[in-house]
Design a protein. Structure first.
Lengths: 109, 319
């Protein structure tokens, strides 16, 4: 992908993924990587930041004899996600219409 | 390198972090290896990059909470289509919307600032108010921590210190965007995600560079080499074509005369008449061929060349 991704966009992506259901690090990475090219080393700092800002919480669940750390979205995370979503719509429309000359045709991230 | 070696090395590079942060980070990647499975071990190691660089990205994030530290990896192995380089514009820059009508800009900017401020508030994260050219106090703090690593109490104490420090910086949100982007810029040299990726703030709108490139090309290549050639072509080819046209005209005139002479000769000498008629027809054939060649050159080829040249320049400069 030629377009750089900002920290805010990564936050929004992770919050969106976690808001669907509680999930764990590896799966979040894979889900985001389905949508775009992202280094595996990118996610941890993002999760860390979201945990620190109390947008996410984490808990451990046992899975096949080891602990798996699940992440859950908080009230604050939901509020933040809402902000990101409205910002995203605004941003996306502006960029789409600038880039392709016609909005909605291609939602390139 | 095996997974165990990788994690051990990562851990050793995280020594400047408080113990719990360090454990958390290593644990995260341990779990990551577990999830990926042993068969993907090497793949994950390759993807994560050098432990040192990974550690740097973690430390950058946990001690400074500098958002611009997060980059997406741009894989050098996938060559990008040439044309796409032209669209590298720093969309994220605050000034990206500057070209819009004033009312829209005003509409967007405060909103963005508002969201940024909100995000900052929710962060409750330390954000150093210092410019990144100065060493951040947090780094020293963590560095000091490393030497007294075993003392958990001290750890806690220093942590609360840290919190206090940060609350002082709470109000400093106005320059936030600038700070992000500046940091992104300055950090580019030690970008943990590989040399091939340049963070967005480094990107200049390329069209200016393109224009300069083509101006230089014009001065150093097109003027000394291509232009003389073109002038010669422009002068010589029309002259040659004009000559061809003249020859064609002469041929046709000759043909007409020869044919008329042939018709007259029919009454005196049949063989002479046939010869003249044949010569006349031949001259007419050559004449018409040359005429059509000359016409095709002036009315088809020349406009086509002109269009190509102007189109070439327009494409280079308008992108």
């Amino acid at each position: 992908m030629v377009f750089p991704v900002s920290a805010a966009l990564l936050d929004a992506l992770v919050l969106s993924v976690v808001s669907k259901e509680d999930t764990y690090g590896y799966k979040i990475t894979q889900e985001i990587r389905d949508a775009m090219e992202m280094s595996e080393s990118t996610l941890y700092p993002v999760l860390r930041r979201l945990l620190k800002s109390e947008c996410l919480t984490s808990y451990d669940r046992e899975y096949m004899g080891r602990n798996r750390r699940y992440y859950q979205i908080t009230e604050q995370g939901i509020a933040q996600l809402k902000v990101y979503r409205s910002e995203w719509l605004l941003y996306k429309d502006k960029i789409s219409s600038l880039i392709s000359g016609q909005a909605e045709k291609e939602d390139t991230v | 390198m095996t997974r165990a070696e990788y994690l051990a090395e990562l851990d050793s590079h995280l020594i400047t972090l408080p113990r719990e942060e360090r454990e958390m980070a290593v644990r995260f990647y341990e779990e990551y290896f577990d999830e990926a499975g042993p068969e993907k071990e090497q793949e994950v190691i390759d993807e994560l990059g050098k432990p040192y660089n990974l550690a740097k990205s973690i430390i950058g994030e946990t001690s400074l909470y500098n958002k611009s530290d997060v980059y997406i990896n741009y894989k050098a192995s996938k060559p990008m289509p040439k044309n796409n380089t032209d669209v590298f514009v720093s969309l994220q820059k605050p000034g990206a919307f500057a070209d819009q009508p004033a009312d829209t800009t005003e509409d967007i900017m405060p909103k963005r600032a508002g969201t940024g401020a909100a995000a900052q508030k929710q962060d409750t994260m330390p954000r150093s108010g210092h410019n990144s050219t100065e060493p951040d106090p947090n780094i020293h703090f963590y560095g000091a921590n490393a030497s007294s690593e075993n003392s958990n109490e001290q750890n806690q104490e220093q942590k609360s210190d840290n919190q206090n420090n940060n609350s002082n910086n709470e109000g400093n949100t106005s320059g936030m965007f600038d700070q992000y982007y500046n940091k992104g810029y300055e950090k580019s040299s030690d970008n943990p995600y590989g040399k091939n990726y340049t963070p967005y703030s480094n990107k200049k709108p390329v069209s200016a560079g393109k224009i300069i490139f083509w101006v230089l090309m014009t001065i150093f290549v097109i003027i000394p080499f291509i232009l003389p050639l073109a002038i010669v072509m422009i002068i010589v080819i029309p002259i040659v074509m004009l000559a061809i046209g003249l020859v064609a005209a002469v041929c046709i005139v000759t043909a007409v005369i020869a044919i008329i002479a042939g018709i007259i000769k029919v009454f005196t000498s049949i063989p002479a008449a046939i010869g003249l008629a044949a010569a006349g027809l031949l001259a007419a054939g050559i004449g018409f061929m040359m005429l059509s060649a000359a016409l095709a050159f002036f009315f088809r080829f020349l406009p086509w060349v002109t269009k190509k040249i102007t189109g070439f320049y327009r494409r280079r400069t308008e992108q």
